[in-house]
Ligand binder design. Sequence first.
Ligand code: ADP
Ligand code: ADP
Length: 231
Amino acid sequence: MSFVRFENVSLAYSEDGPLAIQDIDLTVKEGEFISVVGPSGCGKSTLMKLISGLKPPTSGYVYVNGRQVGGPLGIVGMAFQAANLLPWRTTLENVMLPMEIVEPYRSTLREKRGEYEEMARAQLKRVGLAGYEDKFPWELSGGMQQRASICRALIHKPRLLMLDEPFGALDAFTREELWCMLRDLWQQQPFTVILVTHDLREAVFLADTVYVMSKRPGKILVRREIDLPRP
Ligand code: ADP
Ligand code: ADP
């Protein structure tokens, strides 16, 4: 059963503009961890926008969980290269943000705030941020901010986690720490992951299946089953 499916998808950002991606077919099974690698400009972010419903395809179909994507989905969590934490909110308040937006949390937040805060604290502990709940983003290191950002992406228990270059701004040491953290989270609480990166090492280390997107010619997604021993 496919969880995410692209059928012959193309997208142009403007009516008579060039195709940002062309004739993409992609199938991701539920619980799978895939990564998409490719050079800058090959269409990786565009792929993410199509899955999250931020952009409709110009032609072809995008399905998530058996339904054609027609707008933002509550079952998706997202994190990007910039942690994008709200500067006027504490770590805990930032992590709580999806609870204010995504159902069924949003409509029950008033009576269940305490319970949801406990969930957020537990998740912060899982990413190594216990004790930092009341700090503001500027009081956290880059790696901590990114931990909080991933925590926020997972707090509403999404079935699909989409990561766009989430470790790109970190030093090599911190990056590898966060790779291990992400693998652990995924193993504890299985969800489907689509990781977009230009770092081939990262793609291979983390994902079960690596897709290579090329800029030219043809913008083809090539599937590579890579089975390397992991530390
Ligand atoms: P990647 O994430 O792999 O760097 P993108 O998906 O951002 O690639 O870009 C794919 C192509 O679409 C590029 O040629 C880029 O210039 C173009 N593109 C991306 N975003 C826009 C936009 N908002 N408007 C017009 N063209 C865009
Ligand atoms: P609360 O936790 O009280 O709901 P929010 O974080 O949602 O607070 O912020 C409330 C409003 O205050 C937001 O809609 C935002 O526009 C504004 N705001 C507060 N601080 C900032 C800031 N540093 N930059 C931009 N907008 C801000």
